[in-house]
Design a protein around this ligand. Structure first.
Ligand code: C5P
Length: 312
């Protein structure tokens, strides 16, 4: 085998995230609509020279990303290799070059997306079917957002329930809006956010419908929902000040992405998004906390291209 495979690992945000309750296993029952974004990491996988997988990280969000077994991408390779070997497939050690653009601890699903992309790339190199239920089960164990990145890769948008493992892919979504996305200098630890959550005994049912999206910006902004916002602010106090600044700049526009710390808002067009992000960059909060990135993105789901192979 002498091939090289390139896979994109998109970021996601949650258009709606309803927490329905706490489960006996400690996880939370969710009803969430996830959107893959045209902001992505890129992984290049090829057979390596040694006996162990090697991960090399570069890119604007690469600083501090672990390259040992704590990285979910390497754990995904181990899982896929085991599945390949029991089927008698050759599954050599790989060298993975990860170009990181999606910041970590940002609520954008970067770690889960990298793990899923690594698994998809390894499946291509090893000749394993990525749609085997065992691949999905292994990825679900690694991260709650992995099933979304795996099962909804054709359209980039889905409603996910359970812990996130029940995925109902939606057809691609194209809204006539622009997303302003910003990640402050600090991160949010997902486990801490969930631990700070006070789950109401009677939660409001999720009601995020696809029908009617895209016709009225004010109504679409009002439909965005994230039940983790208060818990994320309680567990990460700088987030409260950061979100208050966004609210002052554009009332009712910004929501938290996943468990944070990124925030996103739907804007009428790119110039409104750029103007909001420029005013945020000039704010006291941007100076105090720093910004790890800000992006102006079309409000449409980003389907993943199938892994691109190049035989050398
Ligand atoms: O699965 P993942 O690693 O993304 O989750 C990180 C942490 O977030 C979990 O350890 C758990 O504490 C919490 N979580 C949860 N309910 C979910 C997803 C995550 O409580 N549905």
């Amino acid at each position: 085998m002498s091939a090289r495979v390139t896979v994109r690992a998109p970021a996601k945000l949650n258009l709606s995230l309803a927490v329905l309750g706490k489960r006996a296993d400690g996880y939370h029952e969710l009803d969430t609509v996830l959107l893959a974004l045209p902001l992505a990491d890129e992984l290049v996988l090829e057979p390596g020279a040694g006996a162990a997988d090697i991960l090399e990280v570069s890119g604007p969000a690469g600083a501090g990303v672990p390259v040992d077994g704590s990285n979910l991408a390497l754990r995904a390779l181990d899982a896929v290799r085991a599945l390949a070997r029991v089927r008698g497939l050759a599954a050599p050690a790989l060298r993975v070059a990860l170009r990181k653009r999606v910041p970590a601890q940002a609520g954008l699903g970067g770690g889960s997306s990298d793990a899923t992309a690594a698994a998809l790339g390894a499946c291509t190199l090893f000749g394993l079917d990525p749609d085997l239920p065992e691949v999905a089960a292994e990825l679900a164990r690694l991260g709650s957002d992995c099933p979304f990145f795996l099962r909804a890769r054709a359209s980039g948008v889905a409603r996910c329930t359970g812990r996130g493992e029940r995925v109902e892919p939606w057809p691609a979504l194209v809204l006539p809006w622009t997303i302003a996305l910003v990640t402050p200098g600090f991160g949010c630890a997902t486990g801490d956010v969930y631990r700070a959550l006070q789950v109401p005994s009677k939660s409001t049912p999720a009601s995020f419908e696809r029908a009617g999206l895209g016709s009225d910006l004010t109504r679409d902004r009002a439909r965005l929902r994230n039940d983790l916002e208060a818990a994320a602010e309680r567990s990460h106090p700088p987030l409260a000040a950061f979100r208050a600044r966004l609210e002052a700049l554009a009332p009712g526009t910004f929501r938290l992405a996943g468990s944070g710390s990124s925030c996103f808002g739907l804007c009428a067009d790119a110039s409104e998004a750029e103007d909001l992000l420029a005013r945020l960059a000039a704010s006291e909060e941007a100076r105090r906390y720093g910004l790890r990135g800000s992006w102006v993105l079309p409000a449409r789901s980003a389907p993943a291209d199938p892994p691109r192979s190049k035989v050398q």
